[in-house]
Design a binder for this molecule. Structure first.
Ligand code: IDP
Ligand code: MG
Length: 149
């Protein structure tokens, strides 16, 4: 089983889409194993987005992430990273397929509602940044044989 980090960004929380977003992952078969809401401080935002430092959108991205609370979760499942990225859709909502979160709820790249880790390795690094071991509540979900063969 793989884990991935998901962040419902400030626009997603303020627009009341947190439940809708979590539902999409849950219904697909991904399991929430850690979950919290927090106001992100600048240091954490900068660490999380360190790879984008120096890009033209970086300052705006940091302002966006610290502008209001976020909801952060760890999702677990087979190929969780790839499955979550597919459910999230392309970075620019205008290019995201209808049926994806960004394609259904977003209008532009600077307000694209949600973050999802882009590789297993980055997922592990990001999860370690946002959660500690005590934050996890791993559990067996009944019926998982109807999701995975
Ligand atoms: P991703 O979130 O789909 O992995 P990345 O390329 O890693 O996309 O970019 C991280 C985040 O930075 C995006 O989700 C978006 O919030 C923001 N971002 C990326 N490119 C732009 C841009 O051109 N303008 C404004 N914000 C951007
Ligand atoms: Mg990314």
């Amino acid at each position: 089983m793989e884990r991935t980090l998901i962040i419902v960004k400030p626009d997603g929380v303020q627009r009341g889409l947190t439940g809708e977003i979590i539902s999409r992952f849950e219904r697909r078969g991904l399991k929430v194993v850690a979950l919290k809401m927090l106001q992100v401080d600048r240091g954490l935002a900068e660490e999380h987005y360190a790879v984008h430092k120096g890009r033209p959108f970086y300052d705006g991205l940091i302002e966006y992430i610290v502008s209001a609370p976020v909801v952060v979760m760890a999702l677990e499942g087979k190929n969780a990273v790839k499955a979550a990225r597919q459910t999230i859709g392309a970075t620019n909502p205008l290019e995201a397929a209808p049926g994806t979160i960004r394609g259904d709820y977003g209008m532009e790249i600077g307000r694209n509602l949600i973050h999802g880790s882009d590789s297993v390795e980055n997922g592990e690094t990001e999860l370690a940044l946002w959660f500690s071991a005590a934050d996890y509540a791993p559990q067996e979900r009944p019926g998982s044989e109807w999701i995975y063969e």
